[in-house]
Design a protein around this ligand. Structure first.
Ligand SMILES: [Fe+2]
Length: 249
């Protein structure tokens, strides 16, 4: 009785061990058989999962908040049509072209290797997210604190900075952006064509954007028609110097 009971227990234990280790062995064998196709699929899926995706920030104020400098209808169309289209199009391009850059920095630093669709819409996505943030209602005027000191040090005075920035905005032929950038601790003013920005390797103007102004006609035509000078002059009333100062570092 004793011997047969022990045998029963031993056999039960063996069966349990075989059952327990049986499944993983079978799964591992299947994985090995399919290892090549699995690895390819996993690599491609990981690339897709970690590739950069652009998203549109929530507008930090109401469509009419920047009136009279920027009218409500222009803000609505600019944000919901133009900007939203850049976001959709760049994400479509990233998926369709299997673009694997994982950070904005790498994406723009390799702009010369991107398709026109990815570069233009990527720039449009980032530039507008930036633009909405460097504007605010009840803002503008002359800055104070460290940004005032930095502008004075780099350009002589705030008025001289304003004059040079306005000139950059006015002389950008066709569509583009005027920028104040920080290039290795040195403040510079310049402009870029289309949706290029100073983080792109293709841009002549290089640096970290501190302030940007959209001078595409879609940014002002409804209210100002061809009068870009009036749009630029009124835009100074909505510049969010607190945001510019934050980016100064
Ligand atoms: Fe725009």
């Amino acid at each position: 009785m004793k011997t047969s009971r022990r045998k029963f227990i031993e056999n039960s234990l063996k069966a349990t061990v075989i059952t327990t280790i049986g499944s993983p062995v079978i799964l591992n064998a299947a994985a090995i058989l399919n290892s090549n196709s699995n690895m390819e699929r996993t690599t491609s899926e990981m690339k897709k999962m970690s590739a950069i995706q652009f998203s549109q920030i929530a507008l930090p104020y109401a469509y009419n908040a920047l009136e009279p400098s920027i009218d409500s209808m222009t803000m609505d169309i600019h944000y919901n049509k133009h900007h939203a289209a850049y976001i959709k199009n760049v994400n479509d391009a990233i998926a369709a072209e299997n673009i694997s850059f994982t950070t904005e920095k790498d994406f723009f630093a390799n702009a010369s290797k991107l398709s026109a669709k990815a570069k233009n819409n990527g720039g449009g996505s980032w530039n507008h997210n930036f633009f909405w943030q460097v504007m605010a209602p009840s803002a503008g005027g002359a800055p104070t604190g460290k940004i005032a000191e930095a502008l004075g040090g780099a350009f002589g005075s705030f008025d001289k900075f304003k004059e040079q920035f306005t000139q950059a905005a006015m002389t950008r032929f066709g569509s583009g952006w005027a920028w104040l950038v920080d290039e290795g601790g040195k403040l510079k003013i310049g402009s870029t064509p289309n949706q290029d920005n100073p983080m792109m390797d293709v841009s002549e103007l290089k640096g970290t954007p501190l302030l940007g102004l959209d001078v595409w006609e879609h940014a002002y035509y409804l209210k100002y028609q061809n009068k870009r000078n009036e749009y630029v002059a009124n835009w100074w009333s909505v510049v969010n110097w607190n945001e510019v100062a934050k980016r100064l570092g």
